[in-house]
Design a protein around this ligand. Structure first.
Ligand code: GDP
Ligand code: IMO
Ligand code: MG
Length: 442
């Protein structure tokens, strides 16, 4: 049975949530395997908008089992808030969510430390989501003060860990922010133990469960968070997140061998956005950028921050497609470009007189990169009603084809609006025979 993955090819917010939702119908299990509640995935259908952060998007489908894998960092308070708000919205998730006992727990000191580190960097701040993501991952790699979900649900072990860690953390926090907030170990134990009481039935060995599911031919769908350019090893370091958010993270974050995945779909916007700091060669900090922001409603799902906007960067996206090993791409938010006039696509970087199609590792080199743009004609027609490729204006078809050529991957999906049905399929989706022909008939 096919296993499928969905990976962001830019700096996040590429519409992975929408693509995962499209694929979910034909899969049995949806797995989040990295990141945490820094993600914000939006899904729209039947006139409703759902925003998922820590939960796999599959939670919205009653036939699907959702898994939070070992590579995710979990803030139990945020997880319960999200589950409660789903329930309040009428989504019954009972019996359909599992959380790995190996996943690491975000604790209050992670958020305090992150705030101190970001403040210390001043104008060079990473611009994180302030959810304690990076500080929790640092703890995991450092090992000494890490707490996993398996520890959280063991009352005595958790209390002992907190009593051991808090005095040490207080020394560091006092040095960083002398008049800052004081940690209260007993209060933390009480608050987190109350969360643990509710989460205990959901915590399990998801690795063994997923390996069994695979052997039983259940169809797995891996939901990437963030984007390949935010990958801690392969992205635009240090302006990245702290996990492997490219395709490289699937195996380590889930425990499922990558060779089990036979279809990898990379998602990219028809232009580029970025939230937070860091180099962004095609950024349009001008009227064009503002028009894209307005048309695409480019404000962060998690933090509400205005997203930085710019032209499509085929150098960065091709790099992502290659390192993530995607087979096909989904081009989303094509409708946002309607009426913008001529469009620009970055096909190379000029770095100090050297023209390259490779993404440099050094942030200073990327900051110095001047995009070599190809100018292509735009279109004025509204395209949100297009349901086949042929429905698109000629220039929009040509634009998509040019992106495909420059990224060197076939386009499988074109998205022309946030709704589930505002979608054009160019080839059958994995796990189904539903192709363009079938959709035209339906
Ligand atoms: P994710 O983090 O990759 O899941 O993406 P986000 O949900 O953070 O951001 C994508 C935004 O674009 C959401 O508000 C979606 O509802 C919206 N969206 C998705 N596809 C389309 C599209 O084709 N056109 C438009 N206009 N909006 C879209
Ligand atoms: P989804 O899954 C866009 C960005 C932050 C910041 C950097 C590090 O919705 O695509 P972190 O809190 O992770 O340490 O922040 O990464 N970032 C995202 N940007 N979409 C996301 O998730 C992001 N998750 C983190 O803005 O620049
Ligand atoms: Mg998002």
């Amino acid at each position: 049975m096919p296993a499928t993955s969905v990976i962001g090819l830019q700096w996040g917010d590429e519409a992975k949530g929408k693509v995962v939702d499209l694929l979910t119908e034909n899969h049995d299990v949806v797995i989040r395997y990295q990141g945490g509640n820094n993600a914000g995935h939006t899904v729209r259908f039947d006139g409703q908008t759902y925003k998922l952060s820590l939960l796999p998007t599959g939670i919205l489908h009653s036939h699907v089992q959702s898994v939070i894998g070992p590579g995710v960092v979990v803030d139990p308070r945020a997880l319960l808030r999200e589950l409660d708000s789903l329930e309040a919205g009428g989504i019954d998730w009972t019996g359909r969510l599992m959380i790995s006992d190996r996943a690491h727990v975000i604790c209050p000191w992670h958020l305090l430390e992150e705030a101190a580190f970001e403040a210390h960097r001043g104008s060079r701040a990473i611009g994180t989501t302030m959810r304690g993501i990076g500080t929790c991952y640092r703890e995991k790699v450092g090992r000494f003060h890490a707490i996993r979900m398996g520890d959280l649900v063991n009352r005595d072990r958790f209390a002992a860990r907190v009593r051991e860690i808090v005095p040490f953390k207080q020394i560091i926090l006092d040095a960083l922010i002398p008049d800052g907030e004081k940690l209260n170990a007993e209060q933390i134990i009480e608050e987190y133990s109350a969360c643990a009481d509710r989460l205990r039935p959901l915590v399990a060995d998801t690795t063994a469960w997923l390996l069994n599911a695979l052997e039983q031919d259940r169809r797995l769908l891996f939901e990437g968070a963030q984007g390949s350019l935010l990958d801690v090893d392969h992205g635009t370091f240090p302006y990245v997140t702290s996990s492997n958010s490219s395709g490289c993270g699937i195996h380590s974050g889930s425990g499922i061998p990558e060779r089990a995945i036979d279809s990898m779909i990379g998602v990219a916007k028809a232009y580029t956005t970025r939230v937070g700091g860091g180099p962004f060669p095609t950024e349009q900090d001008n009227d064009i950028g503002q028009r894209i922001r307005d048309a695409g409603n480019e404000y962060g799902t998690v933090t509400g921050r205005p997203r930085r906007c710019g032209w499509f960067d085929a150098v960065a996206t091709r790099y992502s497609a290659r390192i993530s090993g995607v087979d096909t791409i989904a081009i989303a938010l094509l409708d946002v470009l309607s009426g913008l006039g001529d469009l620009q696509i970055c096909e190379a970087y000029d770095i100090g007189g050297t023209v390259t199609r490779d993404l440099p590792a050094c942030p200073d080199a990327l900051r110095a990169a001047r995009p070599v743009f190809r100018t292509v004609p735009g279109w004025n027609e509204e395209i949100t009603g297009a349901r086949t490729f042929e429905d698109l204006p000629q220039n929009a078809q040509q634009y998509v084809q040019t992106l495909s050529e420059l990224v060197e991957r076939p386009v499988q999906i074109v998205s022309v609006g946030p709704d589930r049905d505002q979608t054009i399929l160019l080839s059958p989706l994995p796990g189904t025979e539903t192709g363009p022909e079938c959709r035209r008939d339906s």
